[in-house]
Design a protein around this ligand. Structure first.
Ligand SMILES: [Zn+2]
Ligand SMILES: [Zn+2]
Length: 372
């Protein structure tokens, strides 16, 4: 079938709207008509080369839509089901899956690097030439063919844009708080970096009763927004991580139990680490450059029992966690729609990245029209 999509021709750009050919879903694959896609920093990392992806490619890895066709052997979803897409389609049988770490699936991660689906081949072509998928999903398009295991069935009243955000950025933030760190009521939490992921973490910390929550960012406008979402204190980050961390320690009453870092910059990671109290943990979510090195004051690790916790995808198990997230959204305890500051059409991808990089947007979603 013919679909409209936005193609990244090569690392560095440009992003070009095009009419592509999308093949039928193969065995254990699903064709999804997309209603919305989030625009995520990881997409930008693919554009600017921070995390290179095979090109030409259709980016986008936060989607919600309706199942339009299924390939042979598909049993989890049926035509007409509403789905949230997950870019970690765990196999269920590898060593990591068997020890309940499906987001580290050792079948899916190597397949993802090929730019194909699970079998390493692509369902997208442009003028007869293959176009690569991105993180199995490629949601900057009207429709996509994805692995069955990327589909999580959702209730039909969940907005597609919320489904999309929960498929990556939101789960990355809230999972870091609930799953990786296991923040408890009364724990002191700092959020270092108040973009869409950091603010998702803030909402999760608020929902679980963390107190106080200290928001940290280099932009005053981001801190203002963090306050609106429930931050108790704010710290304007300066160039010196030690000084910023000292301000966090003062504002939190002596250091935080968990400092959630969501920028991927080593200085922000240092700020997070230095903000912690005894037995505190820096929870590192942001994706740094591949050659980045983090320097930490080693003595404080044994003496204060400080810890560093890595968190990918918020340690999220989509089949287990998405439905609960949508429940908390529905009940108003997780006001995820507040994170959406801009809605654009498919052709607005470039504009979305501009807004994101200028710090004007928290979360931009593409309205893809989708199923009637
Ligand atoms: Zn993402
Ligand atoms: Zn696996």
């Amino acid at each position: 079938m013919k679909i409209r999509g936005v193609v990244l021709e090569q690392t560095g750009g440009p992003l070009t709207p095009a009419e592509l050919e999308l093949a039928d879903p193969g065995p254990e694959e699903v064709l999804v008509r997309l209603g919305a896609s989030g625009v995520c920093h990881s997409d930008w990392n693919a554009v600017d080369g921070t995390a290179e992806t095979p090109c030409p490619a259709v980016l986008g890895h936060e989607g919600g839509g309706v199942v339009e066709a299924v390939g042979a052997g598909v049993s989890r979803v049926a035509v007409g089901d509403h789905v949230a897409l997950s870019w970690t389609p765990s196999c269920g049988t590898c060593e990591e899956c068997l020890r309940d770490l499906p987001w580290h699936c050792s079948t899916a991660w190597p397949a993802m690097a090929t730019g194909g689906l699970m079998d390493g081949t692509t369902r997208l072509t442009l003028g007869g030439e293959p176009v690569y998928h991105y993180s199995f999903l490629s949601t900057f398009a009207e429709a996509c063919v994805v692995p069955e295991r990327s589909c999580v069935r959702i209730e039909a009243d969940v907005p597609f844009e919320i489904a999309g955000l929960v498929g990556c950025g939101v789960s990355t933030g809230i999972g870091a708080v609930w799953r990786t760190a296991r923040v408890r009521p009364g724990d002191r939490v700092a959020i270092v970096g108040c973009g869409g992921v950091g603010l998702s973490a803030l909402l999760a910390a608020k929902a679980v009763g963390a107190e106080p929550i200290v928001a940290v960012d280099a932009a005053a406008s981001k801190l203002e927004f963090a306050r609106e979402l429930g931050a108790d204190r704010v710290v304007l980050a300066g160039p010196n991580p030690e000084e910023t961390a000292e301000a966090v320690r003062v504002e939190s009453g002596g250091g935080v139990d968990y400092a959630i870092e969501a920028t991927g910059r080593p200085e922000a990671m240092q700020t997070a680490f230095l903000s912690t109290r005894q037995r505190g943990a820096a929870v590192l979510i942001g994706i740094p450059r591949a050659d980045a090195v983090l320097e930490l004051p080693a003595l404080t690790i044994p003496r204060m029992e400080r810890r560093v916790l890595g968190s990918i995808y918020g340690s999220t198990w989509p089949e287990r966690d998405f439905a609960k997230t949508f429940e908390l959204y529905r009940s108003g305890r997780l006001p995820l729609d507040k994170l959406i500051t801009h809605r654009l059409p498919l052709d607005g991808v470039e504009r979305a990245f501009e807004l994101m990089r200028a710090g004007e947007a928290v979360r931009v979603v593409l309205d893809l029209g989708g199923p009637a």
